[in-house]
Design a binder for this molecule. Sequence first.
Ligand code: PMP
Length: 457
Amino acid sequence: NEPAMDAISKEDLLDKDRKYVWHHITPHNDNPMVVVSGEGSWIKDVDGNRYLDGMSGLWCVNVGHGREEIAEAAAKQMKTIAYSTLIQSHVPAIKLAEKLNEWLEGEYRVFFSNSGSDANEVAFKIARQYHHQNGKPSKHKFISRHRAYHGSSLGSLGATGQAQRKLKYEPLAAGFTHVPPPYCYRCPFGQQEGACRMQCAEAFEDAITWEGADSVAGVIMEPVITGGGMLVPPDGYMKRVQEICNKHDVLLIVDEVICGFGRSGRKFGHHNFGAKPDIVTMAKGMTSAYSPLSATAVSAWLYDSFKDTSKADSHLRHVNTFGGNPVSCAVALANLAILEREELVSRSAWIGEQFRERLQPLAAHPHVGDIRHFGSALGIELVEDKQSKRPAEASLVASYIASCKRLGLIIGKNGDTVPGFANVLTISPPLSSTDEDVAFIVDTLLEAFSIRAEDEG
Ligand code: PMP
């Protein structure tokens, strides 16, 4: 599946890239990696170098690269009908909405969009309108958490809890407030793990009280904060937040954009915590990023207030041209069929167990402060020294990423958060990774760290 590289030289490509392409969230690099093909967990660049795609792109290529049956499903749908709106309906959307209900293990009405950011925007609008038409129009605010990432549009960025992503774009959408995250390694409340009153969950009660319950429409949270540093909550956290939400008639919106579709070792991240969200947003792994698609799944009881014909104007005033595109829905169906047939959800749990067992030696490394797991997603928090827990400097973090890349493994780090706090290495490989791929990731990480240890003498 090599592209037609013969038509254009590498130098030409790079010249044109430098001239025309605006890269995402990065200072322009004059020598970017230009990816040309992929197979399984591996990608190849324009120089012919192979790398294990240890981040599945951006936490999204759950079934791995080069799946012909997905390409065939897309081509077949394009030939049948490539576009139809969801003002009417179409066959792939109907089949996919039904399939998502199976995956969600609940009864949900599904609104399709294009991206994770879109899906969250739709959730906010639905939550506000729901309260509006249920006699509580002043309920409009959302509570999120510091370090959370919920997207790049002005509302989803408002929900995001990372200053560096927001500062130059303010004012964002109004009505978002944040509480400290569950972060046991550096508890924002100064407590010890396992011996606390879970103030991180109670913080929602405080925020609702002080904002005024009559003004709060919803809480938005990922099951585990992924891009903000792989922050795994203590047992009972999500259930407690749900109780608090129920008590105050606040909707619980769970952002499953990364944690969904098997990443957590269960179908959805919240399945690990016994929570029943009112609204679930999803994107990335739904199509394994073979085509853009996202969804906002809304509990059936909540949807009921949008079809109440006794109330004039109760429908949702939201449309997007590409949302639920038939080709993307067909791609999602083919992707979910692979996840099911190859049992990749349990494979993800297995990958996570391998990481847990085989990466234990890393814990003793002087720069490793904490290792955190959620299914096959892994975070390694780097510190300058274990005693002070001072977050590792950017150059140290970059050196580990570069060591892994030199050895053929692409890994990530938690975004561009508060300066000095982008110190968590992230690994989130395709769920289809073979035994050899998993061994390669483990061996490479161990080698990258011992290379550092030797470097430092
Ligand atoms: N929510 C979460 C948890 C995410 O990680 C992301 C993207 N990384 C988004 C929302 C936004 O998704 P998108 O980039 O598709 O807009």
